[in-house]
Design a protein around this ligand. Sequence first.
Ligand code: AMP
Ligand code: ZN
Length: 112
Amino acid sequence: MSCLFCRIIEGSIPSKAVYQDDQCYALADINPQAPVHVLIVPREHISSIAHAGSENSALVGHLHWVAAEIARSKGLTRGYRTVINTGEDGGQTVDHIHVHLLGGRPMTWPPG
Ligand code: AMP
Ligand code: ZN
């Protein structure tokens, strides 16, 4: 299995779960861009949101609900940002869809 996030989820690369359920696995980003930087990754391999079909729409929604749950658990009462990078222009570096949860500092807009 060549996909980094698939290997993390199946346990061949050790990691510590921030949250997990039957649909997804969340872990701290190895190169955090904010005091809280968590990746919410579906257990199913889907390359990007551009590859998600209508059968995946509930899963994509679930990933965002999980992000909000983790934000609550981490006390991000001032707010936070959720991001999905897609493709080359979107800055995606791991081709397995994931939601970034960023918080603990003010975010800027527009993103770079
Ligand atoms: P993206 O660039 O949107 O595809 O996001 C991929 C993210 O995965 C980046 O923020 C990386 O820092 C992060 N990352 C890469 N390898 C690991 C790893 N082994 N454990 C946790 N996060 C990782
Ligand atoms: Zn994968």
